[in-house]
Design a protein around this ligand. Structure first.
Ligand code: SAH
Ligand code: SF4
Ligand code: F3S
Length: 423
C-alpha cells in the first residue's frame, strides 16, 4: 500500500508522525510524497487553536472530493489531537472518512489501516498503560525524541490535557536505547520533547529509581558520538535551579531554553492558571542569565485572553522589552471547547487582538534583529541540517538558524559561519 502522511501541530506531532512512518515502512508499505499517488492518506492533526482545525477541514474537503470523483477506493484517515477531541463526530460528519485514530492509539495504526479496508474505524480509547516499545523513527542529523506524553497543568485556555491525557514519562533506559540507536544512524543532535518536559519523572526499569530531567541529561551527556542535546518545552514553574546547573555543566546540552511566559500581567497569569507571577518569571530569567550568560531564552505569548485590558497588554510588552527574548511565538487567543477559559467571555474584539499581535511581532522583530547584529563577525558552531536553495541551513547551539554559503560542506558536518546571513 502507498501511504501519504501530512502533519499539523507541534513537534510532538512531528515525532508521532515519524514513528508512524517507521511502522508503515516496517509493515512493508511505501511512503509517498504526493498525496495524489497514495492509496491511503493520513492526516495528523492539531486542535490547539481554531485556525489549526480549519486548515485540516479544508484539506479533508479537497481529499473527500477527489475520493468521490476520481479514486473511490482511497482510504482516508484522521489521527492525532483533533481525532481524539472529535471522535465519532468526525465519522458522522464526513461520510468519506475511513478511520479516526486518537492520540492514545497511534501505535496501532498499521493494523487499524488494514482493518479500515473492510469497516470504518473509530479508535480513541487507550490500550496502553505506558509508552509502547521505543521505535527508532527519525533519521537525518537532528532528531526529535518524545520522553513524556500528556500534561497535568490545565492552563485555562489550553486543550492539550484533554486531547493528550495525563503525564506519562518514559523509563530512562528506553530513552537511552533510542538515542544510541539514533546516533548509530548518524544523528548528531537530539531534542527531548514533552509538553512540560521539565516535569519529566522516569522510573528506571533496573532499580526503580526516579530520574528527573537533569538526571536524564547527565546520562545522555555521556553518549558517545552525540554532539548536542536540546529539550522543549519548559514550564516556568518547574524550571529548577538543578536543571539550570545541568544545562551549564553538561557540555552537550545546549544553552537554549524555550520557556513560554504567555503574559506579563499577574491578573491574566492567574486567570490562565499558570502558577507563577511576572516577578517569578523575571527572577527565573535573571537566574538563567547569571548562570549561563550566553543562553538564548525563547517564549510563547497569547494576546487577547478574556478580559485582557490595554494595561495588561502593556505589561506584556514591557516584560518583552525587559527580558529581550531571542524569539517569541505570539498567538491570538482562540477559545477551545472543554477548557475553563471557554466559560469566560471572549471579549477582546478581533481587530484589537490583531493590533496587539502586530505590535508584539514588530517589537520582537526589532529585538531579534538587534541580537543578530551583535553576532556579526563572531565565529559560531553551526550544525548543518540541509540544503536550502544554493545555501546550507543549520542551527547554532542557541537554536538560531544560519545560512552558510559553501559548496563543499555536507549535512552533519560542523562548520564555522562567520556571518549570520539570515539577519
Ligand atoms: N506545552 C507547551 C506548549 C503548548 S501549545 C507549554 O506549556 O507552553 C503551544 C502554545 O500555544 C502555548 O504556549 C500557547 O502560547 C499557545 N496556545 C495554547 N492554547 C491556546 C489558545 N487557546 N489560544 C491561543 N494560543 C494558545
Ligand atoms: Fe497547555 Fe499549559 Fe499543558 Fe502547556 S502546560 S500543554 S499550555 S496546559
Ligand atoms: Fe496541537 Fe496536539 Fe500539539 S493540540 S500543539 S498537536 S499536542
Amino acid at each position: 500500500m502507498k501511504v501519504y502522511i501530512e502533519t499539523y501541530g507541534c513537534q510532538m506531532n512531528q515525532y508521532d508522525s515519524s514513528v508512524i512512518s517507521f511502522l508503515v515502512k516496517e509493515k512493508g508499505w511505501e511512503l509517498v510524497e504526493e498525496w495524489s499517488e497514495a492509496e491511503a492518506i493520513l492526516v495528523n492533526t492539531c486542535s490547539v487553536r481554531a485556525h489549526a482545525e480549519h486548515r485540516v477541514l479544508s484539506r479533508l474537503g479537497v481529499w473527500g472530493k477527489y475520493k468521490r470523483e476520481k479514486n473511490p477506493s482511497l482510504l482516508l484517515g484522521v489521527m492525532g489531537c483533533m481525532a481524539q477531541k472529535e471522535g465519532k463526530a468526525l465519522l458522522e460528519r464526513f461520510a468519506f472518512l475511513d478511520l479516526v485514530v486518537g492520540t492514545h492509539r497511534l501505535w496501532d495504526l498499521p493494523a487499524l489501516l488494514e482493518r479500515a479496508k473492510k469497516e470504518r474505524i473509530l479508535a480513541t480509547e487507550s490500550t496502553y498503560q505506558n509508552f509502547p516499545l521505543p521505535k527508532i523513527a527519525a533519521g537525518g542529523v537532528s532528531a526529535f525524541i518524545s520522553i513524556m506524553r500528556g500534561c497535568n497543568n490545565f492552563c485555562s485556555y489550553c486543550i492539550v490535557p484533554y486531547v493528550r491525557g495525563r503525564e506519562r514519562s518514559r523509563p530512562p533506559e528506553d530513552i537511552l536505547e533510542e538515542v544510541k540507536g539514533l546516533v548509530k544512524r548518524g544523528v548528531k543532535e537530539i531534542t527531548l520533547l514533552g509538553q512540560n518536559v521539565n516535569s519529566y519523572r522516569g522510573v528506571s526499569l533496573k532499580n526503580s529509581i526516579t530520574y528527573d530531567l537533569p538526571d536524564l541529561l547527565k546520562e545522555l551527556n555521556e553518549v558517545e558520538g552525540l554532539y548536542r542535546i536540546k529539550f522543549a518545552t519548559s514550564h516556568p514553574k518547574d524550571l529548577s535551579a538543578k536543571l539550570i546547573r545541568a544545562v551549564k555543566d553538561c557540555q552537550k546540552v545546549c544553552e537554549y531554553l524555550h520557556v513560554p511566559v504567555q503574559s506579563g500581567s499577574n491578573r491574566i497569569l492567574a486567570l490562565m492558571n499558570r502558577g507563577y507571577t511576572r516577578e517569578d518569571y523575571l527572577n527565573l530569567a535573571k537566574n538563567i542569565r547569571r548562570e549561563i550568560p550566553e543562553a538564548s531564552i525563547t517564549t510563547d505569548i497569547i494576546v487577547g485572553f478574556p478580559t485582557e485590558k490595554e494595561e495588561d497588554f502593556l505589561l506584556t510588552k514591557e516584560l518583552m522589552e525587559e527580558i529581550r527574548f531571542d524569539t517569541a511565538y505570539i498567538f491570538k487567543y482562540s477559545p477551545r471547547p472543554h477548557t475553563a477559559a471557554a466559560k469566560l467571555p471572549d471579549d477582546v474584539p478581533r481587530e484589537e487582538k490583531e493590533k496587539r499581535l502586530g505590535e508584539l511581532l514588530a517589537l520582537q522583530k526589532r529585538i531579534s534583529q538587534e541580537k543578530g547584529e551583535k553576532l556579526l563577525g563572531k565565529e559560531l558552531e553551526v550544525l548543518i541540517e540541509r540544503k536550502e536553495r544554493d545555501k546550507w541551513l543549520g542551527k547554532t547551539r542557541t537554536h538560531r538558524t544560519v545560512l552558510v554559503e559553501s559548496k563543499e560542506k555536507k549535512p552533519g558536518g560542523k562548520d564555522i559561519a562567520g556571518k549570520n546571513l539570515r539577519k
